[in-house]
Design a protein. Structure first.
Length: 203
């Protein structure tokens, strides 16, 4: 991930329309442009599995909708694309506009970390603050290298997302936001493939 720092220019959603469609992800947070490179294979595998598990539960309950990498425009200077979101049907009816983007916070946002210091800092600090400010109810931060999930939940008294659980492979993921949803954390990493540098050298 590369951050383009501008001292005189505040990026807006309109500016994103002129950027190239080259497979990179462009996001704006508080007027700063963040550029993410093509994601790692394991990143996409985990995103797909999270989406599958949430979608299976949503179909059973008809409670909401799962979106992979949706555009969310909170404001002209806050325009992001999280890895996966879940949003109730009631909120989706209000949040989804004619441009095909969400304009209100979904209840749940999931970000899958990649082993890159810049990406991790963005998801651990910058996006956590953004989702806190904008009213996200739960934030799941998944690390496939560490095979763990950090669950943040909104504290109504503080109006901020707070870490309530760090879950590992043998733990069960449940959420008061999603009644009846349950999975073992290891399910998120079923298809993750680790290739060591030593194996690469021997090819």
């Amino acid at each position: 991930m590369k951050k383009k720092s501008m001292t005189t220019l505040q990026w807006t959603s309109q500016d994103l329309l002129g950027l190239p469609d080259n497979g990179k992800r462009y996001e704006i947070i508080k007027g700063e442009l963040y550029i993410s490179k093509q994601p790692h294979y394991n990143h996409q595998v985990v995103c797909s599995q999270v989406g599958f598990l949430l979608k299976t539960w949503s179909r059973q309950t008809s409670a909401g909708i799962v979106y992979p990498a949706p555009g969310i425009i909170f404001a002209d200077d806050d325009d992001v694309a999280p890895d996966v979101v879940w949003i109730s049907k009631e909120r989706a009816d209000v949040a989804l506009e004619a441009d095909g983007k969400l304009h209100l916070a979904p209840e749940l946002v999931v970000e899958v970390l990649s082993p890159d210091n810049n990406n991790e800092k963005r998801d651990r600090e910058v996006k956590l603050k953004l989702y806190s400010r904008r009213g996200v109810s739960e934030y799941w931060r998944v690390s496939w290298p560490k095979r763990q999930l950090e669950l943040y939940r909104r504290n109504p008294a503080e109006l901020a997302l707070e870490l309530v659980q760090t879950l590992f492979e043998n733990d069960t993921l449940k959420s008061s936001l999603l009644p009846g949803f349950s999975c073992q954390v290891s399910e998120l990493f079923e298809d993750v493939i680790i290739i060591s540098e030593e194996n690469n050298d021997n090819k």
